[in-house]
Design a protein around this ligand. Structure first.
Ligand SMILES: Nc1ncnc2c1ncn2[C@@H]1O[C@H](COP(=O)(O)OP(=O)(O)OP(=O)(O)O)[C@@H](O)[C@H]1O
Length: 256
């Protein structure tokens, strides 16, 4: 490999250019520009209300941008609907649980697999064995032993794993994870962290993750993006961001 090739950074998989979002005259996000590289783990931090979830909503297409543009693999996706972005490999989880409490773990994964293949929902065929994909997804997320449990009976950590399982059947290349550790007990954090690490390191998925647990992020993130009052305050490797005085000021009164 030549020195020139070795030094070349991975191409950007996602590009945000001057992205802004306003609601009812209030500017929630302003002028956010950033690039996420192929295979990168980019973590988003920032005080409450800084605009992290709002930014994920724009990237996933849940809300339309007011200004600027978003590109995936170099193609403009600014006006694409969420399902069209998902088909191009962009998937997300939500800060609050998106599960049906009265439905089993296996049926969540089975439905998601059918939806990803564009098929109709066939829950009445419950007697049939799981497809290889459902079995593999349950195994991969550590949920095999809980396949017939109702989602409502799961611990917070298991619920987060199931949300990841539902996301994974769509095989996203770029995953947006919004506070996956929220509500999860301290005992369950390490296993969930390892699962997310393996989706990134072993499977090469690009990850953007909002998280308040800095100890979790520092073991996972290649770079940290700091949001503050709807703007991107800093974006760099963790050590540089943590030492940044402007970042420390933004967190004044809160633990970084
Ligand atoms: N649909 C909406 N209409 C009006 N204001 C909104 C809407 N969604 C978010 N906001 C406001 O935008 C700001 C940013 O919210 P957002 O949830 O993106 O912050 P966050 O950084 O994710 O916060 P947290 O860490 O607490 O989850 C907040 O002031 C919030 O009240």
């Amino acid at each position: 490999m030549s020195a020139v090739t070795a030094a070349r950074p991975a191409p950007p998989v996602l590009q945000l250019t001057d992205v802004g979002w306003s609601v009812g005259g209030a500017v929630i996000l302003d002028d956010v520009s950033l690039e996420v590289r192929e295979g990168e783990f980019l973590a988003f931090i920032g005080p409450n209300g800084a605009g992290k979830t709002s930014l994920f909503n724009l990237v996933s297409g849940l809300n339309p941008v007011s200004r600027g543009s978003i590109a995936l693999d170099g193609a403009d996706i600014t006006r694409l609907a969420p399902h069209a972005r998902a088909r191009r490999g962009l998937g997300r989880t939500f800060q609050t649980s998106s599960l049906w409490p009265g439905m089993t773990v296996a049926d969540h994964v089975r439905l998601a697999a059918q939806a990803a293949q564009g098929g109709s929902f066939q829950l009445w065929r419950r007697a049939r064995p799981f497809t290889a994909e459902v079995t593999a997804t349950l195994e991969r997320t550590g949920l095999t032993g809980r396949a017939e449990a109702l989602a409502g009976s799961l611990s917070h950590g298991e619920k987060r794993k199931l949300e990841l399982a539902v996301l994974l059947v769509g095989d996203p290349r770029v995953m947006l994870l919004d506070e996956p550790m929220a509500g999860v007990s301290a005992e369950e954090v390490p296993a969930l962290t390892e699962l997310i690490r393996s989706l990134h390191r072993d499977e090469g998925r690009t990850v953007m993750m909002v998280e308040h647990h800095m100890d979790v992020l520092l073991g996972l993130a290649d770079r940290l993006a700091v949001m503050h009052h709807g703007t991107l305050l800093a974006l760099d490797v963790p050590d540089t961001v943590m030492a940044d005085e402007t970042v420390q000021l933004a967190y004044l009164g809160e633990e970084l």
